[in-house]
Design a protein around this ligand. Structure first.
Ligand code: SF4
Length: 352
């Protein structure tokens, strides 16, 4: 039995879909919007058409872990909070530099091996998060959009226990999936991988335009949004590209935190070295020039670019070392708004 066959045992009728003529279905869970004939699966290989009905992943996890929220990374959402993260299998992209390729690419790449899948229920996952005192539960490790019905069921249970839902995603979202998950997801992290249409098509198998549209929608719909760009030498680290990328984020909102992280050779991208710290600093300067208020370069310890500073008075409000929060002086109003403890400037984020 292939893994794809085995996964079909862990499935349930999909909600994000529409029926077409001749038993075909259109999946609406991501911007690919695959039209899937009977007996076939979509680009992600985990959503499939069985007798004219679309089926979606359900009832298992491939991994589960507890991390500080900073590791996701969210820096403007309950600093220092513990999260419970879970993942399934598969992805709608096929990035050669994927850091989670063992789970994301296992359906395409026979070189990827995983352990046993763990059967579970939304109630059990929510109870596990509650049991360890995690105020946030995160769908991550593989692309959450392709398993949106499952994570929504988990988040619904978690919400009953006062726990917030979060997505760690490539942002290749359709308008329909964002509408569907919005009541249950508070925090949304998008990997904006490059600002080159050609690179998005070649390396990820998607389009830049769809990711940009999704970022605009995620912000407009009121998810708390943070953006990450993995800076890869010779791929996305040109000044002109970074200016366009930072300019785009700034145009959506200068309050969106931008995390610039260093690449290390991995998976199928081993033809280049790690990102030099100078490249991260250059990108940071570009972001500052474009007016972004919160830019983080977490991989340069001791530089202070992992701290949250007030954009008005410049004082440090949250001090971090790696993923640890050493100090947090953000004032929180009764309505949950964050303020600088020195000059009372509003600090965007989810603080309460
Ligand atoms: S989630 Fe995306 S890739 Fe998968 S079947 Fe649906 S539209 Fe296609």
């Amino acid at each position: 039995m292939t893994l794809e066959d085995k996964l079909r045992e862990y499935s349930a009728p999909a909600e994000l879909c529409e029926k077409l003529a001749d038993g075909d279905t259109r999946c609406l869970a991501c911007a690919h919007k695959c039209v899937i004939p009977q007996g076939h699966s979509g680009v992600c290989k985990v959503r499939f058409n069985e007798d004219g009905r679309l089926k979606a992943p359900w009832g298992y996890i491939s991994g589960c872990g507890m991390d500080p929220v900073e590791k996701k990374p969210f820096f403007h959402a309950l600093p220092g909070a513990l999260t419970l993260s879970f993942g399934m299998l598969g992805c709608n992209f096929q990035c050669s530099f994927c850091q989670n390729y063992l789970t994301s690419q296992v359906l395409r790449d026979p070189g990827c091996h995983i352990g046993e899948l763990e059967p579970t229920t939304p109630e059990k996952l929510a109870a596990a998060a509650h049991g360890v005192g995690a105020p946030i539960i995160v769908s991550t490790y593989n692309e959450p959009l392709i398993t949106a019905e499952w994570s929504t069921a988990v988040f619904k249970e978690a919400r009953k226990l006062g726990i917030r839902g979060a997505y760690v995603s490539n942002g290749y979202a359709s308008p329909e999936v964002l509408e569907y998950i919005r009541p249950h997801v508070d925090l949304y992290k998008v990997d904006l991988k490059t600002f080159s249409e050609e690179n998005y098509r070649k390396v990820a198998g998607g389009t830049l335009g769809n990711v940009l549209k999704a970022i605009e929608m995620i912000h407009a719909k009121g998810f708390w949004l943070e953006i990450v760009t993995l800076l890869i030498p010779g791929f996305n680290d040109g000044a002109a590209e970074l200016e366009s990328l930072a300019g785009f984020i700034s145009g959506v909102s200068k309050d969106i935190p931008w995390h610039i992280t260093a690449f290390y050779p991995t998976y199928n991208m081993t033809d280049r070295g790690a990102t030099p710290p100078a490249t991260l600093l250059k990108a940071r300067e570009i972001g500052v020039k474009k007016g972004l208020k919160y830019i983080y370069t977490g991989n340069i310890p001791g530089q202070g670019f992992e701290d949250t500073n007030c954009p008005s008075c410049g004082k440090t409000l949250v001090t971090r070392r790696g993923f640890r929060v050493l100090n947090n002086t953000i004032k929180i109003t009764k309505k949950g708004q964050g303020l600088c403890s020195h000059c009372s400037t509003p600090i965007a984020g989810v603080w309460k």
